[in-house]
Design a protein around this ligand. Sequence first.
Ligand SMILES: Nc1ncnc2c1ncn2[C@@H]1O[C@H](COP(=O)(O)OP(=O)(O)O)[C@@H](O)[C@H]1O
Ligand SMILES: [Mg+2]
Length: 207
Amino acid sequence: MAKPLPASIDDTLELLARADYVAERSLATAVFLSLKMGRPLFLEGEAGVGKTEIAKVLAHALGRRLVRLQCYEGLDVSSAVYEWNYSRQMIEIRLAEAEGVGTDEASGRRRERIAQDIFSEKFLIRRPLLQALEADVMGPPVLLIDELDRTDEPFEAYLLEVLSDFQVTIPELGTIRAKEPPVVVITSNRTREIHDAIKRRCFYHWV
Ligand SMILES: Nc1ncnc2c1ncn2[C@@H]1O[C@H](COP(=O)(O)OP(=O)(O)O)[C@@H](O)[C@H]1O
Ligand SMILES: [Mg+2]
């Protein structure tokens, strides 16, 4: 079953040490507060200092699923959040055509039903941000948004929205909201400045 969150900073230090993760007290403090307050942890620092590793360690130590969004230039909603399974939708349409769709009233209703059906969850491909909103018996997953500095500002703005209310809106389906927010770890190698609005939402730590 889901493991309890660390109860104190010392507890957090111990949890990290047990996973062979070497952490200063200041980092353990940021981790503890972020878990306690349910706010994202924002880790910035040089490459190779253990930013990505801490998300893996946390997921393992808390017994949670790790959902990783690796950022890169040009990352968009269809890779980060969801996209429609276009080829399966096409097959569905072809099958309907093969059954014969005429111009009478019954055919009109059938056409409408197909149009609705191909935009149901069955044809939805869930990308990491959407996966992270899904409930899990082991408790909310750890969402690692890795190397955010590689994306561009429009994506950052979108992310800010997702992080404020842990919901995404899919026009054809409606709004999908997390029952319990995921544990969020954001990392940046600081190849560029991340907007203050994101940092303000998080517990920030320079590793
Ligand atoms: N504080 C640490 N404690 C234990 N291992 C570490 C620590 N920092 C880095 N490492 C190790 O170094 C490697 C690189 O760390 P990583 O998390 O990928 O760095 P970053 O994401 O900051 O670039 C990992 O394999 C990790 O095991
Ligand atoms: Mg990394």
